[in-house]
Write a new protein. Structure first.
Length: 158
């Protein structure tokens, strides 16, 4: 059999799309269909935003190729898994971007944390604590930051 090719064979008009048009226009469309000999037909229309859309196309490709159509439930499950995989991949991209930002913050903090205590005398960036006016680094800086965070949590109920 030849390769399956889609064809542009139909014009589909959704009734709800006609609601906002004048009754006169809807009547004219009906007369035009009658004039060309359009008799009532029955169709199955699956819009592209429906979850079954790609599954139905795949089923039709199999049918036209003379292949048996696989179990629809298995196809649906595969489609669900593909959607979950796509969502997980998108989430991973967001997490990687967030992690990159956090790494920059970590590098900044570690640089500040490792500054020598005499930085205040040499000039440059350092961490300090008031009102004691002391330069902090290492574990002392970590503990002071942790205590300040806990204090804010207690005061603001964060």
């Amino acid at each position: 059999m030849s390769d399956f090719k889609t064809e542009d064979r139909y014009i589909v008009i959704k009734r709800s799309d006609l609601v906002n048009h004048r009754a006169k226009d809807r009547e004219m469309l009906g007369r035009a269909l009658t004039a060309i000999g359009q008799s009532p037909r029955q169709y199955v229309v699956i819009e592209s935003d429906w979850p079954e859309y790609h599954l139905v196309w795949a089923m039709l490709r199999h049918r036209m190729a003379g292949k048996p159509v696989p179990d629809f439930d298995l196809w649906r499950r595969a489609d669900e898994l593909q959607q979950r995989l796509t969502a997980a991949d998108e989430q991973l991209d967001l997490l990687v971007a967030e992690n990159t930002g956090m790494r920059t913050d970590v590098e900044r903090y570690r640089w500040l944390r490792d500054r020598p205590l005499n930085t205040i005398h040499l000039g440059g960036v350092f961490a300090g604590k008031t009102p004691q006016n002391v330069v902090l680094n290492g574990e002392d800086l970590d503990q002071s930051i942790d205590a300040a965070i806990q204090s804010e949590v207690g005061c603001h109920g964060l």
